[in-house]
Write a protein that binds this ligand. Structure first.
Ligand code: 13P
Length: 249
């Protein structure tokens, strides 16, 4: 079974609500590609205006983070029900920037994964090694650990619907894309890891993205790799270039 490609933008901490609406108006016609799932993962305050602006288009809206409790005294957090109430279908979890600056760990990512599935939100779970880890030759061990802990107690049926984004930290925002060989190698290893945790059928269904300085030039080769099912795009998702990335073929 061929996996459907998924190209997601991660806006990070960019775009005020009024800027967001303008950007969606600009990108709407450019990202029209019915063969690909197109997701805009946007800051929480932009979710509702982006949803409104994206109405009638193929753009789906995702969040960049979510908390693992239902509700209560967690000042500043966004609950899963708040997201589903407005129709959010995807959430980025465990981005390396959240791990680095906001004390996110694989354990908290796992709690968020379980909560997301419980609420029918598809997680886009990020993993990736630092340059130091790559140079030490521990990339695969590190990624396997992130995947195994992230998917703890996730059922095979849930895992099948998940998205994993492989984002080498050294390639994020640096203009330094991993080579297609490097990206494919790790994405294949992630799929193997999923097959070991679950089975071949689950591994064949789960979608794995590459992220890290993806641009209109690098996307076609990357997305053509056997184990790469699309991309998680930062900087280039804020520009018209994102249309070219979505229409990479
Ligand atoms: P860039 O595409 O800006 O390198 O960001 C990648 C990323 O972190 C997406 O989540």
């Amino acid at each position: 079974m061929a996996r459907r490609k998924i190209v997601a933008g991660n806006w990070k901490m960019n775009m005020t609500p009024s800027e967001a609406v303008k950007l969606v108006e600009t990108l709407k016609p450019l990202v029209a590609n019915e063969e690909v799932d197109v997701v805009f993962c946007v800051p929480a305050i932009d979710i509702i205006p982006v949803m409104e602006a994206a109405k009638g288009s193929n753009i789906q809206v995702g969040a960049e983070n979510m908390y693992f409790e239902e509700k209560g005294a967690y000042t500043g957090e966004i609950s899963p029900a708040m997201l589903t109430d407005v129709g959010v279908k995807y959430v980025v979890l465990g981005h390396s920037e959240r791990r680095e600056y906001f004390a996110e760990t694989s354990e908290t990512v796992n709690k968020k994964m379980l909560k997301a599935f419980e609420h029918g939100i598809t997680p886009i779970m990020c993993c990736g090694e630092s340059l130091e880890q790559r140079e030490q030759g521990i990339t695969m061990d590190w990624i396997r650990q992130q995947v195994k802990v992230g998917f703890l107690n996730v059922t095979a049926d849930q895992a099948k619907t998940a998205v994993i984004a492989y984002e080498p930290i050294w390639a994020i925002g640096t203009g330094k894309t991993a080579t297609t060989e490097q990206a494919q190698e790790v994405c294949a290893e992630i799929r193997k890891c999923i097959a070991e945790i679950y089975d071949d059928a689950t591994a064949a269904e789960i979608r794995i993205q590459y992220g890290g300085s993806v641009n209109a030039k690098t996307a076609p080769d990357l997305f053509a790799q056997a184990d790469i099912d699309g991309g998680l795009v930062g900087g280039a998702s804020l520009k018209e270039e994102f249309g070219k990335i979505v229409n990479y073929k």
